[in-house]
Design a protein around this ligand. Structure first.
Ligand code: FMN
Length: 185
């Protein structure tokens, strides 16, 4: 089993990237191969449909499409920006979704996570992302709630690990839910 993982934040010190690393370690603990994609401000250009129409989709987009296609599932850990999905993540999904006949998310299992330093917990970003993945891109979104944490900074030690075993267990339970769904085929 192979899971493609990426965060919806472009920040190097992203809390979502840190918690995604913990999730990746849980996947590996369960014998899953992790393919980690690091979204940065330079990963892909701003979406331009003219390039899609001209058959000139940028190579980094084509490469990532292939990685989505090869993955048994895609795990996205995203912050919330202005009660929705961060623009860079939406931009990436827009690129990957075109042209519609070459949408690698069709029928793909996807799972969602998100953390904030503040009180929000990313719930509205998760709903927006679920809508894009499940409705527009025809993905199979993991049933049940996304894994979300508010005030996550208080929960991580300087090395980026959870201070409390109970918090680590909640993450492990979520990853086990994802792997359980993967095993159903
Ligand atoms: C443009 C912008 C909009 C934001 N909007 C929200 C929001 O709607 N809800 C929320 O909980 N946090 C919001 N935040 C705060 C982010 O949750 C916080 O910056 C978080 O640490 C970003 O995730 P990262 O550390 O993975 O980059 C916003 C931050 C930015 C930069």
């Amino acid at each position: 089993m192979n899971v493609l993982c990426f965060a919806g934040s472009t920040r190097a010190e992203s809390l979502n990237k840190k918690v995604l690393k913990l999730a990746e370690a849980e996947l590996q603990r369960l014998g899953v191969t992790v393919d980690s994609f690091d979204l940065t401000d330079a990963s892909v250009p701003v979406f331009l449909d003219d390039l899609v129409q001209a058959g000139k989709i940028p190579q980094p987009v084509l490469d990532l499409k292939e990685r989505v296609r090869k993955a048994d599932a895609v795990l996205i850990c995203t912050p919330e920006y202005n009660y929705s999905v961060p623009g860079p993540l939406k931009n990436l999904l827009d690129w990957l979704s075109r042209p519609p006949k070459d949408n690698p998310f069709k029928g793909k299992l996807t799972a969602q996570m998100g953390v904030t330093g503040g009180m929000g917990g990313t719930l509205q970003a998760q709903n927006a992302l679920r809508h894009v993945l499940g409705v527009a891109l025809f993905a199979w979104v993991l049933p049940g709630p996304a894994y979300t944490w508010a005030k996550v900074m208080d929960k991580l030690d300087p090395s980026g690990a959870f201070k409390e075993a109970a918090d680590q267990k909640q993450l492990a339970d979520f990853i086990e839910r994802l792997v359980g769904e993967l095993k159903k085929g």
